[in-house]
Design a protein around this ligand. Sequence first.
Ligand SMILES: NC(=O)c1ccc[n+]([C@@H]2O[C@H](COP(=O)([O-])OP(=O)(O)OC[C@H]3O[C@@H](n4cnc5c(N)ncnc54)[C@H](OP(=O)(O)O)[C@@H]3O)[C@@H](O)[C@H]2O)c1
Length: 194
Amino acid sequence: MREHIDTELEEAGPSEMRSNMKLVVLGATGGTGLEIVRQAIERGHSITALVRSPDRLKPFRDRIAIEQGDLLNSAELEKVIQGHDAVLSGFGPRVPVSKTDVHLRQQFAGALTSAMRHAGIRRLVVESVAFLFKNSILPPAYLLGRLFFSGTVADTSAMERVLEESELDWTIVRPPELTDKPYTGKYRARGPPA
Ligand SMILES: NC(=O)c1ccc[n+]([C@@H]2O[C@H](COP(=O)([O-])OP(=O)(O)OC[C@H]3O[C@@H](n4cnc5c(N)ncnc54)[C@H](OP(=O)(O)O)[C@@H]3O)[C@@H](O)[C@H]2O)c1
C-alpha cells in the first residue's frame, strides 16, 4: 500500500494492524510519538523505541525496549530495526526549528529508507504535514504553507520524495494542526495523494 493520508477529528476507520506486531517507534518522545507508544502498548504490540533522550520515556521503561542512538545514522537505525514488522514515525524537528534542522526530515528519510532496505523491513508509516495537499481549498493548505511555512514545506516535500522513490511499503500521514487534548478515537482519514 502506498498512500498519503490526512486526518481530522471525525470517525475512526478500521485498523489494518494485527495484534502482537513487533514495532519500531521513531520520534517516540514527541507529542505524536508518545501517543503511538501509548496506543501500541494498549493494543498488545511489542515496541522498540530508538531515541536520543531515553529519560523522556521513563514512564514506559518497563513496557517497551528503549535504545539510545542517532536517528540520522543509517547503520544505527538498521541495527535497531532488524527483526521487526514495521516502523512508525512521529519524528520531526523540535519547534522553533534551528538552522541545523532545516533539512532534518530529508536527512532522516534518507537514513531510514537505506536502513530499512538493508534490514529487509518494508512497512513504514511516517508523519508529514497537511500543507502538502495541493487540492485543499478550504483551508488553502498549500498556499498557507508556501507563504508562512516555506521551510517546513520544502523539507517535508523532500522527505516525501525520498519515501516515494523508495521500494518500501509506505504510508505518509499528513495531519493538520494537532492538539494535546485527550485522545478521542474519532478521526477522518482521506486519500489518495494530492
Ligand atoms: N504538532 C502539530 O500540530 C503537527 C501537525 C502536523 C504535522 N506535524 C508534523 O509531525 C511531526 C511530529 O510532530 P510532533 O508535534 O509530534 O513533534 P514533536 O513533539 O516536536 O516531537 C519530535 C520528535 O522528533 C525527535 N527529534 C527531533 N529532532 C531529532 C534529532 N535530531 N534526533 C533524534 N530525534 C529527534 C524528538 O526527540 P527529542 O524528544 O529528543 O527532542 C521527538 O521525539 C513533525 O514533522 C511535525 O512537523 C505536527
